[in-house]
Design a protein around this ligand. Structure first.
Ligand code: IMP
Ligand code: MG
Length: 177
């Protein structure tokens, strides 16, 4: 693989590490105020949310468990429209205040499907937090309970988000050129 090609195709920085951390701190405070000392289960949607989840988990003070789900809906920069659950949670959710931590809501298909599945398991409470939201791209009706950043219809990478598996380790969110 041509490493230079990948490095040179970052067009601009959209969100700096500082901007991201400020919003993550606010999101942590939002969770703390909502759950008021009660334990939560933070459900990270892999792979894109692993960085966001790690920071969000450290920004909350309520007792916090972390679980992982994985869905696949993308090849390169194009949505396939198909959502496949490739890793599931095995806990009995009826005991849990479930909070989904998602990296980005685009067409809405992934979270619509995951929300349907998890709600059918009767969690004690259920909420969705997303780092990024691209409302202009929605093809199914879906709204998160909390959005850290609303962005226009551009393909972004970094802070967990990838293009063909690359860029997830960047500390900022950038636009691919
Ligand atoms: P949705 O099902 O179309 O809402 O897509 C959600 C998933 O698509 C996210 O969890 C990401 O993995 C991926 N995705 C959507 N837009 C972008 C983007 O701009 N950059 C990187 N991944 C994206
Ligand atoms: Mg992805």
């Amino acid at each position: 693989m041509d490493r230079e090609k990948y490095i040179n195709s970052i067009k601009s920085v959209i969100l700096t590490p500082e901007q991201i951390q400020e919003k993550v701190k606010e999101a942590g405070a939002y969770i703390d105020s909502l759950y008021d000392g009660k334990p939560i289960l933070l459900v990270s949607i892999l792979n894109g949310s692993f960085v966001f989840t790690a920071d969000l988990a450290r920004a909350v003070s309520v007792p916090c468990e972390v679980a992982f789900m994985a869905a696949r809906s993308y090849k390169g920069t194009e949505s396939t429209g198909n959502v496949e659950i490739i890793l599931d949670i095995e806990k009995d959710l009826s005991q849990y205040n479930v909070i989904i931590a998602e990296d980005i809501i685009d067409t809405g298909r992934t979270l619509k499907k995951i929300t349907e599945i998890l709600k059918s398991r009767n969690p004690h409470t259920f909420r969705v937090l997303t780092l990024l939201d691209k409302p202009d791209r929605r093809v199914v009706d879906f709204k998160a309970d909390y959005v850290l950043f609303t962005i226009p219809d551009i393909f972004v990478i970094g802070y967990g988000l990838d293009c063909d598996g690359y860029y997830r380790n960047l500390p900022y969110v950038g636009e691919l050129g």
